[in-house]
Design a protein around this ligand. Structure first.
Ligand SMILES: Nc1ncnc2c1ncn2[C@@H]1O[C@H](COP(=O)(O)OP(=O)(O)OP(=O)(O)O)[C@@H](O)[C@H]1O
Ligand SMILES: [Mg+2]
Length: 336
C-alpha cells in the first residue's frame, strides 16, 4: 500500500511517501529563515509559507519516491494539535487530493506521529512509555498494547523546546533555540548556575518549565560575567535532569520495559545520553529516532496514517483541523 503523508502543524511543510510502512521519500521545507528574526514562530507567516510550499513539497516527495499520483492508495495529514491556520493548509491539500484521486483519507494526531516516528526504523513492542519533548509539548504517554494511548503527565506551562527557544532568545543565541544552546553548551560547566528543578505539587509526573526560564534570567542578571558556555550548559542540564527525573518516576510506577523519547528536543545529545543511562539503570530499552526524524516530518504522519488505512479505516472529508487534540485520557501512573 502506497501512502502519501502531509504535515503542516507548525513551521515545517512536509510530505512523505511510504510503501507498506517503509519510507520511500521524506521532504521537509523549513521556515527557520522566516521566523529566525522573530525568535519564534509567527503563526500567520507560517500559514502563508505553507501555502507557498505545500504543492512543491508534495511534488518533490512523489518524484523522490518515483511514484505517480495514480499510484497512491491513501493519504494521511496532520489534523491537530497545532496552529489551526497552518494545519488547514496541509489538511485541505490532502483532502483535495484524496477527493480528486478517489482514495481514502485519514487525519492524524501529530503527537501520535512523533511517538511512531520510531517505528520507521525499528520495531518497538507495546506497551511502552513515551516521552514526547517538542516545541509545543512535553508529556509522558502510556502506549497500550491495543494501540490506544493515555497521558501520565504533562507540562503545566511551557514545553521543553519552548523553554530552550525562550532561553536562547534571552541569551541572544537565535532560533531554533535548542540546537543553538546545545552547540554553545559544549564543554561548559553544568554546575556554574544554580537553577531549580521544578516539580508540580501533588502531580509527580507533571512538568513545569516557565519558572526555570525566569530563574535563568535572574541568574544571568546577577552574574553577567559568567561565560555563555557555562550558562547554556547549566540551563540544558536543568532541563535534562527535570525530564529524566520525571521519566524515572514513570518507569518505576508503570514498570515500563521500553522507553521511547521523541520530538525535537530528543535530538539533544545530553538528553539522549542521560536517558540511555536511565534506561540502563532501570533495566529498560531506550528507543530514540535518528536525528532527522526528531523534529516535524511527514514520514511519521504517513506511518500513523498507514496503520489505520491498512485496516480499511478512513475519515470523512469534512474532518476539520483542531488546535487541541488530546491523544488519550489522563490516567494515574498506577493505572497504566
Ligand atoms: N538539539 C536540540 N536540543 C534541544 N532542543 C532542540 C534541539 N533541536 C531542536 N530542538 C527543539 O525542538 C523544538 C522543535 O521540535 P518539533 O519540531 O518536534 O516541535 P513542534 O512541532 O514545533 O512542536 P509540537 O510537536 O509540540 O507541535 C524546538 O523548540 C527546538 O528548539
Ligand atoms: Mg512536532
Amino acid at each position: 500500500m502506497i501512502v502519501l503523508g502531509v504535515e503542516s502543524s507548525c513551521d515545517d511543510t512536509g510530505a512523505a511517501v511510504l510503501r507498506d510502512g517503509r519510507e520511500l521519500s521524506n521532504v521537509v521545507a523549513s521556515q527557520e529563515a522566516v521566523h529566525g528574526p522573530f525568535g519564534g514562530v509567527v503563526p500567520e507567516l507560517a500559514a502563508r509559507n505553507h501555502i507557498l510550499h505545500v504543492v512543491p513539497v508534495i511534488e518533490r516527495a512523489l518524484a523522490d519516491a518515483g511514484v505517480e499520483l495514480g499510484d497512491i492508495d491513501g493519504i494521511a495529514a496532520t489534523r491537530g494539535p497545532g496552529l489551526v491556520g497552518c494545519l488547514l493548509v496541509g489538511l485541505c491539500a490532502a483532502k483535495g487530493l484524496a477527493r480528486r484521486l478517489g482514495v481514502p483519507f485519514v487525519g492524524v494526531n501529530h503527537i501520535e506521529g512523533h511517538l511512531l516516528s520510531i517505528a520507521l526504523d525499528s520495531e518497538v513492542e507495546r506497551p511502552f512509555l513515551g516521552l514526547v519533548v517538542s516545541g509545543g509539548h512535553s508529556a509522558l504517554y502510556w502506549a497500550r498494547a491495543d494501540g490506544s494511548y493515555a497521558v501520565l503527565g504533562q507540562t503545566r506551562d511551557d514545553a521543553a523546546g519552548e523553554a530552550f527557544d525562550k532561553a536562547a532568545k534571552l541569551l541572544g543565541l537565535g532560533y531554533p533555540g535548542g540546537r543553538a544552546i546545545e552547540e554553545v553548551a559544549r564543554g561548559g560547566d553544568v554546575h556554574a548556575l544554580k537553577l531549580p528543578r521544578p516539580r508540580v505539587k501533588g502531580a509527580a509526573l507533571d512538568l513545569s518549565f516557565s519558572g526555570l526560564k525566569t530563574a535563568l534570567w535572574q541568574a544571568v542578571e546577577a552574574a553577567p560575567e559568567l561565560p555563555l558556555r557555562d550558562v547554556a550548559a547549566s540551563f540544558q542540564h536543568a532541563i535534562v535532569e527535570t525530564l529524566v527525573d520525571a521519566a524515572r518516576r514513570a518507569i518505576q510506577v508503570t514498570g515500563a520495559r521500553r522507553i521511547v523519547v521523541t520530538g525535537g528536543v530528543s535530538a539533544n545529545g545530553a538528553l539522549r545520553d542521560a536517558m540511555s543511562r536511565l534506561a540502563e539503570d532501570e533495566g529498560a530499552t531506550l528507543h530514540v529516532p535518528p536525528l532527522r526524524r526528531c523534529t516535524d516530518n511527514a514520514a511519521m504522519i504517513a506511518y500513523a496514517g498507514w496503520l489505520r488505512l491498512a485496516r480499511g479505516e478512513s475519515d470523512p472529508l469534512s474532518l476539520n483541523a483542531v488546535a487541541e487534540l488530546p491523544l488519550g485520557p489522563r490516567i494515574a501512573a498506577g493505572e497504566a
